[in-house]
Write a protein that binds this ligand. Structure first.
Ligand SMILES: C[S@@+](CC[C@H](N)C(=O)[O-])C[C@H]1O[C@@H](n2cnc3c(N)ncnc32)[C@H](O)[C@@H]1O
Length: 163
C-alpha cells in the first residue's frame, strides 16, 4: 500500500518504519507513549481526549478506542483519523480559541515544538481541562523537528538542535 494522497513517500516510509519499530519487542522496550496515554484515558470513565498535532494519526488511533469523545488538531491535512473523531484543521491557538467540545480529561500536546508554542498550548489546555484531568507533553528534550507555520508538513521542517 502506498502513501495516502498528500503524504510524501519519505514521510510515509518514516511512519511505516516507526510503526514497525514500536510493534516489535514490546516486552523489552516497555510501554510506548500511546499505550500509556490509553491507560490514562481508560482511568477516566467516558474520557474526552484532545491531541494537538496528529500528523499521520499513529497515537490518536491507539488512544481513541479508549475514549468517548476525540478531537485532533493539526495545521496539516489529516489522513487516517479514527472514526468519530473530530478534526480541526488549524493551528492550535485557533483550535483552543474555538474549541466547543466537552472539557477534556486528557490533552496530548505534540504540535508546534517551539518553547513559546508549547507554553501557550499548555496554558490553553489547562484552561479547558476537566477537573482532575491530565496534560501530556511530548518531545520535551529541546530538539525541535516540527515548526508551527501553517501549511508546512512535518517532513518538510528542519531538525534544529538546541544551541
Ligand atoms: C510530532 S508530529 C505529531 C505526531 C502525533 N502526535 C503522533 O503521536 O503520531 C507534529 C505535528 O504537529 C503539527 N503542528 C505543528 N505546529 C502546529 C500548530 N501550531 N498547531 C497544530 N499543529 C501543529 C505538524 O503539522 C505535525 O503534523
Amino acid at each position: 500500500m502506498g502513501p495516502p494522497e498528500g503524504v510524501s513517500r519519505l514521510e510515509w516510509l518514516r511512519h511505516r518504519r516507526w510503526l514497525g519499530k514500536i510493534s516489535r519487542g514490546a516486552e523489552r522496550r516497555g510501554p510506548w507513549w500511546a499505550e500509556i496515554l490509553s491507560g490514562v484515558a481508560l482511568s477516566y470513565p467516558g474520557c474526552c481526549y484532545v491531541e494537538v498535532g496528529v500528523a499521520l494519526g499513529s497515537t490518536i488511533n491507539v488512544v481513541a478506542p479508549c475514549c468517548r469523545e476525540v478531537h485532533g488538531c493539526d495545521v496539516s491535512e489529516a489522513h487516517a483519523l479514527p472514526r468519530g473523531a473530530r478534526f480541526w484543521h488549524m493551528n492550535s491557538d485557533d483550535f483552543f480559541a474555538r474549541y466547543d467540545g466537552a472539557a477534556p480529561q486528557l490533552v496530548f500536546i505534540d504540535g508546534g515544538h517551539t518553547y513559546d508554542q508549547v507554553k501557550r498550548d499548555y496554558e490553553n489546555a489547562a484552561r479547558i481541562l476537566a477537573p482532575g484531568g491530565t496534560i501530556a507533553l511530548h518531545a520535551t528534550s529541546g530538539r525541535q523537528r516540527y515548526d508551527s507555520r501553517p501549511g508546512r508538513r512535518a517532513a518538510d521542517t528542519p531538525e534544529v538542535s538546541r544551541p
